[in-house]
Design a protein. Sequence first.
Length: 268
Amino acid sequence: MRYIEPHAHMVSRVTDDYVALATAGCAAVCEPAFWAGFDRSSPLGFRDYFRQLTEYEPARAARYGLAHYCWLCLNPKESEDLKLAEEVLALIPEFLDRPNVLGIGEIGLNKNSRNELRVLEQHIDLAARHDQLILVHTPHLEDKLKGTRLILDALRADRRIRPERVIIDHVEEHTAKAVLDRGHWAGMTLYPVSKCSPARAVDILDRFGTERLWMNSACDWGESVPLAVPHTALEMRRRRWPAETIDRVVYQNPIAFLSQSPRFRVPQ
Ligand SMILES: [Zn+2]
């Protein structure tokens, strides 16, 4: 099997996970910027994090023949502090030309608050000014449907944003259609304890087809399964999906979206 892991927080994983990904057929891993499990106290904490994402993790992945890409932002959980958000957003442009940076992400909403929405709009503006792809996080704990609608409207309000250059992640049965209808890509996140299981993800594919959809593990410091994508490919095989269709979902689709960034190279 060959596949792309389009959403994994490798800074919080051990090196053995890189070995597991590489041996399972992963060709490239993409790492959106994320909450660290605690609130960072200053912009300097983010500068070091961006250096980790653009310098250290690509080198760690390369030891196992894995390409490593990343996305940069201040995550929604930390965007209540508007002054911190402003300072972190000001740091991002100096990192955008680094060779493994794909765009701005994972931005979005967590509690659907007013400040989160304001910082989301600032990130969308940053992406538009620098012609970057966008990866969006949709809320898990609060109202996902409401949060998704707020995000879709914020994206549509900025006329510079082309919908096909935005992926909305963590979609579920009740949000996938709205995302796809707006012309965006949709990501399904596979979690072991809650949210979207491999079986549910394949049900969603049954319902909505395989156009502009991808799957990811979003593995991080919490309970998560770094091999969730190949596990779900196995579930597809168990349900007798054709090998070509499985390959499209786990390999060709991520490449089609990510290749819109001039920095993404199809792994050889
Ligand atoms: Zn994530």
